[in-house]
Design a protein around this ligand. Structure first.
Ligand SMILES: [Fe+2]
Length: 386
């Protein structure tokens, strides 16, 4: 369809493209990997932690702004090698890693932010995650009503079905766990493609066509309030996936956006059902001090609904990074429709006009702006400590 703003058209590759299963390391099955956690987990040793503390102290003493931290500012002579191997896995291999034992204890919020951001700098460049330019995101329940068009899931406590984020890699540092729930889960989107191909190749082709998605009020310069991007994007021998069903559903509020077809609904139902199959996904309980990094191109992530402790200071809280990774998988040009691609073809993040990249140390609303569509229930009786 004709767009009201500049947009890269979705090439109609679906009909002529010979569908083949993809049998790279990216096509993994959760139960097999659950048996071998050592393959995807690095437990920080005392020596690693000492190195991290030194690197944090060095950055703090220089007074560097957190968003300015580059890998060369955050020297990790020993752990750096581990992070480079992890980076290779993230971009070219399995697509995720877990690091356990980040030494949060005794660190100030600034020191914790420096440590997380510094580790992230060894993997990629942190980009903005929201309308406020947060390069260091805070994932916590701010009481927003997720059913509202401009609400984003990371600021709610609801279950987030399997989806992708906007950058090359998403990283989380668990600060506080919930009273109950909030389990993290990953699934290989390459495996989802393969499994769907076995069952319904016709629906795979539907997901290689255009899907229209709501930006939820976070509109980078030159972009419109919605964008178009296929779910499955075969490119240079890889299967690059991008999927946010809630954004596809919410885009229906725009009258010019084509209606979701019964075939697309069926395809998304099958994709969701496969992702939810215990034979495919890998569940992970993140504990304080755990860092999880996952590719958005080859992995969908989800989390279960959760209940917070009554005390606000004990609420579930994760720090988040969206990383743009030099040398990451080549992305089809149509990905420019999403957050935009930089000169190296990497995702640019959600940086809005006039907004400066920043790293809030404490939990802060990421916007977009003062929207009356995002119903804040923080002060309502339902969220008051009982
Ligand atoms: Fe996400």
């Amino acid at each position: 369809m004709h767009s009201l703003f500049p947009s890269v058209p979705v090439e109609p590759t679906a009909e002529k493209f010979a569908l083949q299963p993809v049998s790279t390391e990216q096509a993994w099955y959760g139960p097999a990997l659950a048996q071998r956690p050592a393959v995807w987990t690095h437990v920080l040793s005392e020596a690693d932690c000492a190195e991290l503390r030194d690197a944090i102290a060095a950055v703090e003493s220089r007074g560097l702004d957190v968003v300015e931290i580059r890998a060369e500012d955050f020297r990790l002579p020993r752990l750096g090698g581990v992070l480079q191997a992890m980076r290779k896995d993230l971009l070219q291999g399995r697509g995720f890693s877990l690091v356990r034992g980040f030494p949060s204890e005794g660190l100030t919020a600034l020191q914790r932010a420096i440590g997380f951001f510094g580790i992230g700098a060894h993997l990629g460049k942190a980009v903005s995650q929201n309308a406020k330019g947060h390069a260091l995101g805070h994932v916590a329940d701010l009481g927003f009503d997720y059913s509202q068009p401009t609400s984003r899931g990371y600021q709610t406590n609801v279950r987030l079905p399997y989806h992708t984020d906007a950058a090359d890699v998403v990283g989380l540092l668990c600060v506080c766990t919930a009273k109950s729930g909030g389990m993290s889960s990953l699934v290989s989107s390459v495996t989802l493609y393969n499994e769907m191909l076995k069952r319904r190749p016709d629906l795979v082709r539907v997901l290689m066509g255009p899907t229209y998605r709501d930006r939820r009020g976070e509109i980078p310069p030159g972009k419109g309030p919605w964008y178009v991007l296929p779910v499955f994007n075969p490119h240079h021998g890889l299967m690059i996936t991008s999927y946010v069903r809630s954004a596809i559903r919410k885009a229906q509020r725009f009258p010019e956006v084509p209606r979701i077809s019964p075939a697309l609904n069926e395809a998304m139902d099958l994709l969701d059902a496969l992702a939810e199959s215990p034979e495919l996904h890998l569940d992970m309980n993140l504990e304080p001090g755990d860092l999880q990094f996952a590719s958005n191109h080859f992995i969908l992530h989800s989390r279960t609904t959760y209940e917070d402790h009554p005390e606000p200071e004990r609420r579930r809280h994760l720090l988040r990074l969206w990383l743009s990774c030099e040398g990451g998988p080549a992305l089809p040009r149509v990905f420019d429709n999403y957050t935009g691609l930089d000169g190296s073809g990497r995702p640019m993040g959600l940086l809005l006009d006039g907004v400066r990249l920043n790293a809030p140390l404490e939990l802060e609303d990421g916007g977009p702006g003062a929207s009356d569509l995002r119903v804040a229930a923080v002060a309502s009786p339902a969220h008051s400590p009982s």
